[in-house]
Design a protein around this ligand. Structure first.
Ligand code: HEM
Length: 395
C-alpha cells in the first residue's frame, strides 16, 4: 500500500506512530509525496545511513527532468545539495575551510554575545514573549548574514522566500516558484555588487567571488547557488532546532532544571536534543543510479529513496530507550546532520549556536516556563520541522 507523506498526523510534538510501525514491519515502504511522486522510504538506522553514504544513490539525479520531487519547490541545480562527487567535492572544498571545526570556533564568543543581547530583548518583551520570533530566528539569521556578507536588514524578504521554498502547504503552491526566482535574483544582485569590490575579502561571498576571479572553476550559476544554499540552510534548521530544544526542555521541565544545575551538560544535552527533536516530516531524497537491493526489495535505477533521519534516530537497534530524552546519553551517533558526502557543512556552527543559545537562556531565565501546554503549540507546515510559536513566561 502507498502511504501519503507527510503522514496525516504529522506536524505536532510527538512523531506519528506510523514511523514506528514502518521501522518494525515495513523497513522499506512505498510512499507518495506532496508533489505526487511515488518513492521508497527507509526508516531503520543502518539503511538510512547506507542510502546517505552509498554513491549508488545520487543527489545530482534529483534535479534531472522527470526526477521525483518531495516538496513543492524544485531543488536548485549546481549547488552542494544537488551535485555528486567529483563536482560536489570541488564545490565543497571551496567552503569547507570556513566551516571546519577550528576556524568556526572563532565565532563562538561573538555568537555568545549575540545570544546574550537577544536574551535582553526577550526580557524587555516580558511574559508572553515569543521566543521563536525574538530569539530562535534572529540568532542564526544574524550569524549567517555576518559570515556570508548578506545584509541583516534584508531578513524579512529572504525569510518569506525561505518559508515558501520549504513550504509543504498546497495553498502556497503558486507562490513557491516565484519565491525561488526572487531569492536567486537577490543573491545574483549581491554577487554582482561584490564583483565590483577590489579590497580584502570581508566575508565568504567575497572569498567565493575572488576564487572565481582567480581562476577556480566556479560558474556564476554555482556562485549564486552557493549563496542561496548557505543562506537558507544556514538559518532555517538552526532556528527550528533552537526553538525545539527549548520547547522539549520546558515540556519535560526536570530536564531544564538539570541543565540549570549543571551547565557543563549543555554540549551532550544538545546532541541528545538533536537526536530527539524532529528534523523533518519526510526523509532526505536520493535517486538510485543502478538497481540496489535494500531490505530484500530491489530499488530500480531511476527510483527515488527517502532516508528518514528522525526515524533512524529513534531506532531501538542503535539507541537504548530511544523515546526518552537522556541528556547524558553516551555514544550518541545520531544522524541529525546526515552522513556521507553531504554531511551538514554547518554542523559545528549549528552546535555553537545551539550551545550558546541554551547557555544564554539558562543563565538569564532559570525559572522560564511555556506559556501554554507543549501539546497546544502550533507547528509550521514546512519541509524542515519547526514550531510556529514559542510563547514563554519568564519567571
Ligand atoms: C541544527 C541545525 C542544522 C541541522 C539539523 C542540519 C542538518 C543538515 C542535514 C541533515 C544535512 C544533510 C542533508 C542530506 O544529506 O540530504 C545538511 C546539509 C547541509 N547543511 Fe545543515 N543543518 C543545520 C545547520 C546548518 C547550518 C548552520 C549551516 C550553515 C552553513 C548548514 C549548511 C548546510 C549545507 C550547506 C548542507 C549541504 C551540504 C552538502 O550537500 O554537501 N546547516 N544539514
Amino acid at each position: 500500500m502507498t502511504i501519503d507523506i507527510p503522514f496525516a498526523d504529522a506536524f505536532q510534538f510527538d512523531p506519528s506512530p506510523t514511523w514506528t510501525r514502518l521501522r518494525e514491519e515495513e523497513p522499506i515502504a512505498r510512499v507518495r509525496t506532496l508533489a505526487g511522486a511515488e518513492v521508497w522510504l527507509v526508516t531503520r538506522y543502518a539503511d538510512v545511513r547506507m542510502v546517505l553514504a552509498d554513491p549508488r544513490f545520487s543527489r545530482a539525479a534529483v534535479v534531472k527532468d522527470g526526477a521525483p520531487r518531495v516538496a513543492l519547490a524544485k531543488p536548485l541545480p549546481s549547488s552542494l545539495t544537488t551535485t555528486d562527487p567529483p563536482e560536489h567535492t570541488r564545490l565543497r572544498r571551496l567552503v569547507s575551510g570556513t566551516f571546519a571545526h577550528r576556524g568556526i570556533e572563532r565565532t563562538r564568543p561573538w555568537v555568545a554575545d549575540l545570544a546574550k543581547t537577544l536574551a535582553d530583548d526577550v526580557a524587555s518583551a516580558g511574559d508572553g514573549a515569543d521566543l521563536r520570533q525574538l530569539f530562535a530566528l534572529p540568532l542564526p539569521i544574524a550569524v549567517i548574514c555576518h559570515l556570508l556578507g548578506v545584509p541583516y536588514a534584508d531578513r524579512e524578504r529572504f525569510r518569506e522566500w525561505t518559508e515558501l521554498g520549504y513550504s509543504m502547504s498546497m495553498a502556497e503552491r503558486d507562490r513557491v516558484d516565484e519565491a525561488m526566482v526572487s531569492m536567486q535574483a537577490y543573491i545574483g544582485a549581491l554577487v554582482a555588487e561584490k564583483m565590483t569590490y577590489a579590497g580584502e575579502p570581508r566575508d565568504l561571498l567575497d572569498e567565493l567571488v575572488r576564487a572565481r576571479e582567480e581562476g577556480d572553476r566556479l560558474s556564476e550559476e554555482e556562485l549564486i547557488a552557493f549563496g542561496v544554499n548557505l543562506l537558507v540552510a544556514g538559518h532555517e534548521t538552526s532556528a527550528n532546532q533552537i526553538a525545539s530544544c527549548v520547547a522539549t526542555l520546558l515540556r519535560f521541565r526536570h530536564l531544564w532544571e538539570q541543565l540549570v544545575a549543571d551547565h557543563e551538560l549543555v554540549p551532550s544535552a544538545v546532541e541528545e536534543l538533536l537526536r530527539y527533536n524532529r528534523f523533518s516530516e519526510v526523509g532526505q531524497l536520493r535517486v538510485a543510479l543502478e538497481d540496489v537491493e535494500v531490505e530484500g526489495v530491489v530499488v530500480r535505477a531511476g527510483e527515488g529513496v527517502m532516508a528518514a533521519l528522525n526515524s533512524a534516530n529513534r531506532d531501538p537497534r542503535v539507541f537504548d530507550d530511544p523515546d526518552a530524552v537522556v541528556l547524558t546519553r553516551p555514544q550518541n551517533q545520531h544522524l541529525s546532520f546526515g552522513a556521507g558526502p553531504h554531511f551538514c557543512l554547518g554542523a559545528q556552527l549549528a552546535r555553537i549556536e545551539l550551545q550558546e543559545a541554551l547557555l544564554a537562556l539558562l543563565r538569564r531565565f532559570p525559572d522560564i516556563r511555556l506559556a501554554k501546554p507543549a501539546e497546544e503549540l502550533e507547528w509550521r507546515r514546512v519541509l524542515v520541522s519547526g514550531l510556529a510559536e514559542l510563547p514563554v513566561v519568564l519567571g
